[in-house]
Design a protein around this ligand. Sequence first.
Ligand code: ADP
Length: 352
Amino acid sequence: MFRFINMRRCSAPYGVRQLAAAFPAEKPCLIEIRDLKISYGDTDALRGVNCSIDGGSVGLLGPNGAGKSTLLKALLGFVRVNSGTVSMFGMAMPKHALDVRRRLGYMPEREIVKPKESAVSFLTYCGCLSGMNRIDAMERAHEVLNYVGVDENRYRKMETYSTGMCQRVKFAQALIHDPQLLLLDEPTSGLDPEGRIEMLELIAELGRKRGITILLSTHLLPDVEHVCDRVIMISKGRIAVDGPIDELMIAREGCIEIRVRDNEKGFLDALVSRGFSWRRLQTGTINLTVPVSTPARAIFEIARNCGTQVRHFRAVHQSLEEVFINAISDRNGAEKSPGEQTAVEPELSTAN
Ligand code: ADP
């Protein structure tokens, strides 16, 4: 289990007080993104992203190639922006990148360990880079290593560490300067199931109890469900969904799972002409989106008129995956047959 430490706030040595004078009296939004477009050559990685984040634990969810890492890099000022604006803590990026990076912790997806050094020496070095003196940095290194659950292994060279251990060290370096905001890129990558739950618990604890704002980028739905209270779903460089997870997952009034026998086509055509849309699941069952305020008996009546027998009828709760599929289906808009929404493979993983 993780041990908890007193996560004290950094004081003057890390440059935060000096920055305070530069901030307006009104508390600025932590992250403000307006119409952000970023391309790599011919590849449009972000195609007009708008969002604001001002606290809480936010999941940035999307399949590989959706643009998540590019978005994080834009927040860090690591990538050239084609158009649009990024403001962090009220400061324009990338102009104020150094000031901004003092206040946020970043855990990248790729490895960042130094093989020939121990975790203590690496973390001490990171602390010094953040502006601490060596003694403070070493003390802080031990605190964060305790916190992330790196025990006596901290004195061994990092080349001898397991993937899980490297992941914890990488997480620790993001915490070394006690940031207000954490940007985490696939933080559970390479962890075994037990390590993964421990990491998620730790992230959740930092967010919910210690008031650190978390932006967790991942393609793993369960990670978002475990940690976050809000999800931003990104698909092909655009935000497809943004909202509180609880609200997104509430059973949509008017989302029905249905199986029928006899004249299925006539029945579906009749539904579509009345404003319903549908999507066939792999099981053959049909997911029906019902116009607002349609009573269930209206569907049975349509079935009766078509000579169709309803064999299964159930109001459905949406999983996060369904929320995502529906959102990108709506966005793609292409229809296979009238009323049928395009079934899109989201490539999100539900693996635990
Ligand atoms: P994600 O993090 O969601 O997997 P990325 O932001 O890494 O997505 O990538 C978004 C798109 O930009 C992808 O099509 C990817 O191939 C492309 N891309 C990312 N980085 C580069 C790069 N350095 N050069 C060219 N294309 C890139």
